[in-house]
Design a protein around this ligand. Sequence first.
Ligand code: ZN
Length: 141
Amino acid sequence: MTIEAAAIISADEKEVLCWHLPEGRSEVGVPDTTSHLLDLLHSSQCMAGTAHSHPGLGVPAPSWEDITTYAAIDKYFRRRFKYWIASMDRAVVVTWCGPRKYDYDVAILDEGKEPGWVTELRRKSQGPDPWPYSESAHGNE
Ligand SMILES: [Zn+2]
């Protein structure tokens, strides 16, 4: 998972239970998922899902790695979670729709209907460069 900033979201979807802000984050993200997975283990009973940011503007699309990670988390916990992805101006929520393992639906959140923590996620995603945009970050442009 390419991570700019990530968070675990509370069951009521209103709060962030914990942030995942890997050391040395850059515009291409840092695939440091170990501590994030430990947080998931601790939070799985009281979380609605996870969120992470993608660089740039426009409607974000999950990368293949995002989808396979979601499938692995859902399988591990035997639950279907919600997975938010936010770019710097739009956000989507990704959920399993089936029937196959990697069949995930991407629903675009209406502007103004985004959870409050999306703003904070965006803020934490911004490094010293205000718009850390990279074409290669996800390869799905
Ligand atoms: Zn991603």
